[in-house]
Ligand binder design. Structure first.
Ligand code: IVH
Length: 666
């Protein structure tokens, strides 16, 4: 076998492994830069030696985000990617190449940010949004219109004038830094896996099946490309400005550049200035402005010849791995954490980085004392992206994942089909017990003031609280035996415990730490069952009939209540006076509105608008914010918006007042 063929095969193998870590395990094992370099080397070798090409080579694949649960449609114009480079010299080369291809004609360049989210294509007809489609494999994508509609900055109906009868606009769906940090804090709190960066969070969010959950996450979108016939202008810049006047949030940084020198200045400026932006960016995009010149330059099979992306080098640092620690969370999952010699990275000192799971440790082939590369994935969570094996001593031993729980010594078990190792000693493993106490007292659960992470640990270590029911046996005197408490702080905790007895049933369910039961699941369970005894007596089949309760959650609930330790805790909580049922008012009343969608508009006299929403829900109906062909009734109060009234009338939707509605559900 020739050396070249050997290298081609090695590269394919390595690239395939990195693709798997990135797309399947959601944990990159290499920096984007290094990955691109491997791909470029392979592309070059395959081009120079077509005899070694292979239709299944990773160079022939466009990353696909297609998901079976959404409808798919073909793109009107294929969604290509951009040729990219990490070198300023290559951007300059692009400028020279362009001038040559245009026979020396002068041309303008538009400099933009390369936003690091997930791309979206919107189709508008007669000024109305008709479809939103993900990139997919570039040829066809998933229809995610309902999720896209939750993004408030996206116009559903255009304003202004001059839009073509039919056109497409493309842009990037983003999760701004602030929303990303809030989402990850929420996930950390619920012990759900964190998103590595805003890009993964944005694309994951766009693929959620529940638009209400999408709305909650706070996506945004910037638009940077208009396509179609009869566009208002003959250049990119003016078309984007026209789109702005139609109501789109267009890419906020767009600068007309006239020379290589101006392009260089743009790069130098944004290389650092981008750190102040509210959204993640991973580079810059340079586009030829004139559409006529774009047409002359044309496309290669994969990307336009009239544009290029310059990618910022990822900030990374080399440091020594001191040791790997293994940490146990509330759910028993064991997470490996790399403890590092402190190193400065993008302005902060990094001492620890997640190693995610056993598969990642193995694919990195990391050894004790290795010199490792640390990168900030999306600049937030540091991660280890590689190992400098040349600096490894002969004696170094590979890092082994622990076989027993580092906290209680129990042999770990692996959940089928998942990468995580779990300590099964739920009721005897200290960090799991303390984690559940901490969760129970949290703000969104029982909201017991004065107990946080440290106090929960202290109460456990001193034998005062060994499970959540023990909290209700605490007295101020018992607390005062601990140095941490004085009269006032002890009283505050006791008062908080007393107040928790009126916390609603749905939050009590969430507070119990039933594996896989989150805040929304707890709410659904409370509504559907009405009280704890009904919930405890349900079978897996009955549970899965409840909206949003799948097989895995149902199994976990049944297992939880089958356990004597848990049943005993519940009895003690009930005896202490916690809310173990829903108030009569909040219980499901009928299914008289099953299958009916009702839109509410205006103000009411008998009940608040929110109570009407609840009443629709409690009688099996669905409340929706906007009128469509699928609306069954419009519940109209005073001062209702004329647009809604007109739309309901034109679609022939029955309009009912509150008295009629109350009679309907009586
Ligand atoms: S223009 C035909 N402009 O980068 C090319 N793309 O690698 C049309 N992106 O899939 C794309 N910011 O998701 C363009 N200002 C920008 C961009 C941008 C981010 C993304 C987009 C695209 C990818 C290309």
């Amino acid at each position: 076998m020739t050396d070249i063929r050997q290298r081609v095969l090695e590269l394919r193998d390595e690239i395939n492994r990195h693709n798997h870590s990135y797309y399947v395990l959601n944990s990159p094992t290499i920096s984007d830069y290094d990955f691109d370099m491997l791909l470029k080397e392979l592309e070059r070798l395959e081009k120079e030696h077509p005899e070694f090409d292979d239709p299944l080579s990773p160079t022939h694949r466009v990353g696909s985000d297609i998901n079976r649960q959404f409808d798919q449609v073909a793109h009107v114009y294929p969604m290509l990617s951009l040729g990219n480079t990490y070198s300023i010299a290559e951007v300059e080369e692009f400028m020279r190449r362009t001038r040559q291809a245009l026979d020396g004609q002068p041309f303008d360049i538009v400099g933009e940010m390369k936003y690091d989210g997930t791309s979206i294509s919107l189709i508008y007809e007669h000024g109305r949004l008709v479809r939103a489609v993900t990139r997919g494999d570039g040829e066809k994508g998933d229809v995610v219109t309902d999720n896209i509609k939750t993004i408030r900055s996206i116009p559903l109906q255009l304003t202004g004038s001059g839009w073509p009868e039919m056109f497409e606009i493309r842009g990037e769906v983003l999760l701004p830094w602030e929303a990303f940090e809030r989402l990850n804090a929420e996930r950390a709190f619920n012990e759900e896996p964190l998103f590595a960066n805003p890009r993964n969070a944005a694309s994951g969010t766009l693929k959620l099946l529940n638009p209400a959950e999408v709305a909650h996450r706070g996506l945004d979108a910037y638009f940077y490309y208009v396509l179609g016939e009869n566009l208002p202008a003959d250049n990119h810049y003016d078309n984007i400005m026209a789109a702005k006047s139609w109501g789109f949030k267009v890419a906020p940084i767009m600068t007309l550049l006239h020379s290589i020198q101006e392009v260089d200045e743009f790069i130098n400026h944004w290389d650092t200035a981008r750190k102040e932006l509210p959204v993640a960016t991973d580079g810059l995009v340079f586009k030829v402005n004139s559409l006529r010149q774009q047409l002359n330059l044309g496309f290669t099979a994969k990307s336009p010849r009239w544009a290029i992306a310059y990618k910022f080098p990822a900030e990374r640092a080399l440091t020594r791995l001191r040791f790997v620690s293994f940490e146990v969370g509330r759910s028993g999952v064991v997470t490996p954490v790399a403890n590092l010699d402190p190193v400065l990275l993008s302005g902060t000192i990094v001492k620890r980085a997640s190693l995610h799971n056993a598969d990642i440790i193995r694919s990195l082939d990391i050894h004790d004392g290795d010199m490792v590369y640390v990168e900030k994935g999306g600049e937030i969570i540091p991660k280890i992206t590689g190992v400098d094996t040349s600096a490894r001593g002969d004696e170094a031993r590979p890092v082994e994942f622990v076989t027993h729980c580092p906290a209680c010594g129990t042999p770990l078990v692996r959940v089928e089909g998942e990468a995580a190792w779990v300590c099964p000693n739920k009721y005897g493993c200290p960090p799991q017990i303390v984690g559940r106490i901490e969760h129970f007292v949290g703000r969104r659960m029982m909201n017991i003031d004065g107990i946080g992470e440290e106090t929960a640990q202290l109460l456990y270590d001193n034998g005062l609280v060994a499970n959540i029911a023990d909290l209700y046996d605490l007295t101020a005197d018992k607390l005062l035996t601990l140095d941490r408490f004085a009269e006032r702080s002890a009283q505050r905790v006791i008062q908080g415990i007393e107040d928790s007895k009126s916390v609603p049933f749905e939050r009590v369910i969430f507070a119990l730490s039933i594996p896989f039961v989150g805040e929304t699941g707890a709410k659904k369970l409370a509504r559907a069952t009405g009280d704890i005894d009904t919930l405890m007596g349900m079978t897996i089949e009955q549970l899965t009939e409840i909206e949003d309760i799948g097989g895995r959650i149902a199994e976990s609930i049944v297992e939880f209540f089958a356990n004597d330790v848990n049943r005993n805790i519940i009895e003690r909580l009930r005896a202490a006076g916690l809310q173990m049922s829903m108030p009569q008012d909040d219980r499901p009343k009928s299914d008289i509105l099953a299958g009916k969608t009702i839109v509410i508009s205006g103000t009411f006299t008998h009940n608040s608008r929110d109570r009407y929403k609840e009443l629709i829900d409690l009688n099996g109906g669905k409340n929706s914010g906007s009128i469509s062909k699928k609306t069954d009734y419009l519940l109209a109060g005073d001062n209702m918006g004329p647009a809604k009234l007109e739309k309901a009338t034109s679609l022939g939707i029955p309009i009912i007042d509150e008295e009629t509605f109350l009679k309907m559900i009586e």
